[in-house]
Every structure is written in structure tokens, then in C-alpha cells.
Design a protein around this ligand. Structure first.
Ligand SMILES: [Zn+2]
Length: 410
């Protein structure tokens, strides 16, 4: 059966101008047509859905989440929830993520391989959820602070150990690998500017990933660590806090994607110690905000490819509220609305190596489609609470349930 979505504003994710009064046809999980309305194109036997006053766009692709963190005010307390309960909670939160319009996620670090079990449960059809790419544990050097997210890191030192750590994640079913190029903000021991794994160690991770056709994501704040990671051959830089002109040029030359994850800092700041966010996290980032904002603007202007990533799961960064990142990008002047949508669709699909079949509404591509009540021209806020229909692979899933609610912080 062909489904026809008719009359909406169409944003196809390619970067082309939106199309008013559009038609989108899908059949057997694929897009048959997306463009101006044309009655001749609708076959006799089609389910026709009229969508005047609404916007149709590709399902969003969040390239940086932590599926089994819950958004607790103090992330250390995540450790108090046993893994079995966490896994069940994660299933629920992946459902909410899908219903909110995020049809694909890249999970960049999970506790004790909960990610693989959840991915399998969704693939088996036991629960609805987004398409999931996941990496298992994050490969990190031995360092203070990793215990803050117990079970999330595979510590390894020296090329041989790092190689084994990489192979372990691949054996467990990793879709890509994630490594720590620098320290972190979100644990008490981490020094964000300090380099961690060496260039040689990271190159080993990239080598093991390449052998089986996988990509590598690097957590990297400090400049030296970012450069080491890019030279080692990683595909995405997560956070990128200390980027400057030299790094921007290098990223463009090497075609490396940046995933800025603005929501994480924004929400930590917004809720603050009054609402239980540990003050050490805020103290570490104090003063750096403005410089990063300026450098990120320059990076975007210069043409660095920016993928959509939220760090969902961190403090008050709830699963299902991922679109906040896009609202921030637009409201704080980093991107125009259309540009932000392209970042969350086509560019993110490219960053994950999926652009051949995902990320845009073009003939032959997977029918991951969302419908928003309202016209997405000036603000992207409707993506937070007005996603009315979600299709994944042409199949409609239940509509958004979260409607902006905040989860209780058990
Ligand atoms: Zn993260």
C-alpha cells in the first residue's frame, strides 16, 4: 500500500528550498516521491493523509547520546540503579526518543554493554525504538574520574591493550568505536584540556575499526587532543571545546565532523547547583563558554561539517527532548532553521556513513519521516512538543507521548 502525505511544507533535508503544498509518497519502507504536489503521481490505491499547515521532514539523527543515563541532576547517582533496571528503563527511554521524532541515534558510551541488549530487544521487535548505532564501552586510558560513570569505560594503556579493547567492543557488536582523546568535564578527576590516549594508541583503534568497515568517534575538548585524534584518522570530534582557526582548517582538510553537544552545557548551567548539578562541573567550564561560542560560529561559517548531537542522558538532558539542541543552535544564532535541520538529517547521516540510504527525503531512501504541527520556518521549537506523526522505514509508530514532560529523577 502506498501512503501519500499531501499538502504540507516539505523540508527534504538536502538543503534545497522547502516546498509548499507538497506530496510525499512512500511504499515498502522507501520514499517513492517527494516534491511539489502532483495529483497524477498518486496511484488509485493509496492511503492519502492531508497535512495542510504542517511540516514534513526526515526523521532526526542524534549522533551523540548515552542511552542508559537518565538525566539525573547528579550523574554519579546513576551508579545506584542496578544494571537490570537500567536496561528496562533504557528501553522505555528509547521508545520516547523515537516518538519524539528522533528516528536514529548513535549511542556513544554505555554501561556494561546494556546498549547491545537494548538494541537487540528493539531489533527483535519486542519494543519500538530508533535505529541504533552503538559502541559498547568507551576506550580510555587509565585515569581518575572514570569511576564516576562506573562500567562505561574500558581502560587500556599502550597500543597492545588498546587494540584488545577495540577488538572486545567489535566482538560484542559495536557499530563504531569511541575513544577518549582528552579529559572530561563531567567527572571530578577529568581535565578537559589535557590529552589522554596518544596519537599512536588512537591510530590503533582506527586501524581495528577500519578492518571491519567501522568509524571512530573521539571525545575531545583540548586542542592537542583534537589534533591527535584527527591525525589518527577519527571521523567525528565530540564536543571540540578548544577548537581554533588551526583546528578548523584541519577539520575541513580532513573532512572530520564536529558534534558540539551544546545542550549539555546549557542544561547544566540552567539548572545549576540549586537543582543538584555538581558544582565542580560548572566550575570547570566557567569562562570558556564565550570563546567556544565564537569559535563554533567561525567553524560553521568556514564550512566545518556539524552533526547533530545532544549528549542526552547527562544532567537534565532527558531522552525525548533531544530537539532542544536544534532550538539552541537557532536561537543563539549559530544556524538558520533550515541549516539546523540539514545538520540533524543529511549531515548527520553522512557523519555516520549512512547517507546513501538515510537522512533525506529522496526517491529510494528509507522512509524515516516526521510530521510537525506547524510551519518550521523561523523557530524550531515545535520540534520539542508538536511532533505528531513518526514513520520509521515507512511504518507509522505511536505518536509522541512525552509532550515536554520531565521524567521523575528516580
Ligand atoms: Zn557524551
Amino acid at each position: 500500500m502506498i501512503t501519500a502525505l499531501k499538502g504540507a511544507l516539505l523540508i527534504d533535508g538536502t538543503g534545497k528550498e522547502p516546498v509548499n503544498n507538497s506530496l510525499l509518497l512512500m511504499e515498502n519502507g522507501r520514499i517513492l516521491y517527494a516534491g511539489p504536489d502532483n495529483p497524477d503521481r498518486i496511484p488509485g490505491k493509496a492511503e492519502i493523509i492531508s497535512l495542510e499547515g504542517k511540516t514534513v521532514l526526515p526523521g532526526l539523527i542524534d549522533t551523540h547520546i548515552h542511552m542508559d543515563l537518565h538525566g539525573m541532576a547528579n550523574t554519579f547517582e546513576e551508579n545506584l540503579v542496578e544494571d537490570k533496571l537500567r536496561a528496562i528503563r533504557t528501553v522505555r527511554e528509547m521508545q520516547d526518543t523515537l516518538y519524539s521524532g528522533i528516528t536514529t541515534v548513535r549511542n556513544v558510551g554505555s554501561v556494561n554493554h546494556i546498549d547491545f541488549a537494548v538494541k537487540k530487544a528493539i531489533a527483535n521487535g519486542w519494543f519500538e525504538g530508533p535505529r541504533i548505532l552503538t559502541c559498547g564501552k568507551i576506550i580510555s586510558m587509565t585515569t581518575a574520574g572514570n569511576e564516576y560513570f562506573a562500567g562505561m569505560y574500558r581502560e587500556a594503556d599502550g597500543c597492545d591493550e588498546v587494540r584488545k579493547a577495540a577488538r572486545e567492543q567489535i566482538k560484542a557488536g559495536a557499530d563504531f568505536l569511541k575513544l577518549m582523546a582528552t579529559g572530561a568535564y563531567m567527572n571530578p578527576g577529568g581535565v578537559p584540556g589535557a590529552s589522554q590516549l596518544s596519537r599512536e594508541e588512537m591510530a590503533v583503534v582506527v586501524e581495528e575499526a577500519r578492518k571491519v568497515g567501522l568509524r571512530v568517534a573521539a571525545h575531545a575538548h583540548g586542542k592537542e587532543g583534537i589534533i591527535n585524534a584527527i591525525r589518527a584518522g577519527v571521523h567525528t570530534i565530540e564536543h571540540g571545546t578548544f577548537i581554533d582557526d588551526e583546528v578548523i582548517d584541519l577539520m575541513i582538510d580532513c573532512g572530520v565532523y564536529l558534534v558540539p553537544t551544546l545542550s549539555a552545557g546549557y542544561l547544566m548551567e540552567k539548572y545549576g547547583p540549586e537543582r543538584g548539578v555538581p558544582s565542580f562541573m560548572l566550575e570547570k567550564s566557567r569562562g570558556e563558554d564565550r570563546r567556544f561560542r565564537e569559535n563554533l560560529c567561525r567553524a560553521i561559517e568556514a564550512g566545518v561539517k556539524v552533526a547533530f548531537g545532544t549528549d542526552a542522558g547527562t544532567n537534565y538532558n532527558f531522552h525525548g527532548r533531544n530537539a532542544l539542541e536544534l532550538v539552541i543552535l537557532v536561537e543563539q544564532g549559530y544556524m538558520e532553521p533550515l541549516q539546523a535541520i540539514n545538520s540533524a538529517t543529511r549531515v548527520s547521516a553522512e557523519a555516520l556513513g549512512l547517507a546513501e540510504w538515510l537522512g533525506t527525503l529522496e526517491e529510494g531512501k528509507a522512509a524515516d519521516v516526521i510530521v510537525v504541527n506547524g510551519v518550521l520556518d523561523k523557530s524550531l521549537a515545535p520540534l520539542l512538543d508538536k511532533v505528531e506523526m513518526v514513520y520509521t522505514g515507512g511504518r507509522q509508530v505511536r505518536p509522541a507521548l512525552t509532550k515536554g514532560q520531565e521524567y521523575e529523577l528516580i
